[in-house]
Design a protein around this ligand. Structure first.
Ligand code: ACO
Length: 333
């Protein structure tokens, strides 16, 4: 069974409640029908009830009848959610009037449903930019204890099984932090190892990537990676991690042995932590296109609740897959 099939299988029947704030959007609605049909999750769709029902009937999506629908505009609990949002954000200058307006925004309402315990996770982004999906999550559910930076990992599934663990690798951060500090890079490493183990099902071997291997170049950017490595080891002393490593030294055994002799993971790394968002985002897209690899994600790591962001170019299948991943995160798997 391939990885995504096993992720979906683990989700089935666990009855996690996932909110989809873009409930009227066609791919989202079609994906919702599949999710409900396969029993991957229970769903809350945000949108106009009549529009959702009309679309579902137009596209013959019979399972949508099983979803809970919440209309953000004609919502009898608007004041209730606005009061909660106001309490969370009043110290940031939010007024109750602004809160009442914000709870009409499906992306804010979705996160508030998680905050109040009515939903276990969220998938959005088919129609909205990454920043707009992430901002309410950062403001309302915030980060897990001990984590200051949320990051986005891709599970890369390569056709060539010689890389990573049978062709499976984690790339991070590919989605959130433009210029992470050493501390943030360490958090990204620890969180990515967790994603590797519990979502991708591989034993994490983490490489902190750079343009230098073990002091081959001297530069403040290299020093930052060395510092990040030390912090990551402090955060999780059991982690199999090394750096700074160039990409070839990280993933090709002969080169790892030559450039980083004695390293525990050089040449066999399966979690690649990139020094910046530019390098991570560019790398995953190049590998996806040039090696015809599957790129599953971004899986958001470090939030206090599972919330995941889709690419606006996503397919129905991408949405179903990300819902299954979100369920797995909610189950702590
Ligand atoms: N982790 C946790 N919290 C964060 C993070 C983070 N990485 N970044 C910002 N925050 C918090 C801030 O602390 C702040 O909280 P507060 O209001 O309670 O004090 C809140 O979020 C808003 O912070 P701002 O700095 O004002 O956030 P802004 O909205 O400017 O930026 C954002 C955050 C949108 C995530 C920004 O970092 C961003 O745009 N990143 C790039 C996203 C992107 O475009 N990725 C590439 C596309 S994705 C893809 O290709 C797969």
């Amino acid at each position: 069974m391939d990885l995504i099939q096993s992720i979906r299988k683990r989700a089935i029947g666990t009855n996690k409640r996932i909110v989809l704030p873009e409930g009227e959007e066609e791919r989202t609605l079609r994906a919702a029908d599949d999710v409900l049909g396969e029993n991957i999750a229970q769903l809350i769709l945000i949108g106009n009830e009549a529009a959702i029902k009309e679309n579902a009937s137009h596209w013959d999506l019979k399972n949508i009848a099983k979803a809970t629908i919440i209309d953000p505009i004609n919502n009898p609990r608007k004041q209730y959610f606005a009061d909660i949002l106001f309490e969370i954000r009043k110290n940031k200058g939010l007024t109750i009037e602004q809160a009442l307006k914000l709870v009409e925004d499906p992306l804010y309402l979705a996160v508030l449903l998680i905050k109040t315990g009515e939903a276990d996770g969220e998938v959005a982004g088919a129609n909205n930019a990454t920043g707009d999906v992430l901002r309410p999550a950062f403001q309302i559910v915030k980060t897990q204890a001990g984590i200051s930076a949320v990051s986005g990992a891709f599970i890369m599934v390569l056709k060539d099984k010689k890389f990573g663990q049978d062709g499976v690798l984690i790339f991070a951060d590919c989605a959130v932090n433009p210029d992470p500090t050493a501390r943030e890079l360490a958090e990204i490493a620890v969180a990515s190892a967790h994603t590797a183990k519990f979502i991708a099902g591989i034993e994490p071997r983490v490489a902190m990537l750079s343009f230098s291997t073990k002091g081959s170049a001297k530069h403040p950017k290299v020093d930052k990676i060395v510092e990040a490595l030390a912090i990551a080891k402090e955060m999780n002393p059991d982690l199999l991690i090394d750096g700074e490593l160039q990409a070839d030294a990280a993933i090709i055994e002969a080169i790892g042995r030559k450039k980083a002799p004695g390293s525990t993971i050089a040449g066999t790394a399966n979690v690649l932590v990139f020094p910046s968002l530019e390098s991570g985002n560019i790398a995953y897209k190049l590998v996806q296109r040039m090696a015809d690899a599957e790129a599953i994600g971004p899986v958001l790591q470090g939030l206090a609740a599972p919330i995941n962001d889709l690419s606006r170019g996503c397919s129905v299948e991408d949405i179903v897959n990300l819902v299954a991943i979100t369920v797995n995160q909610a189950n702590g798997l």
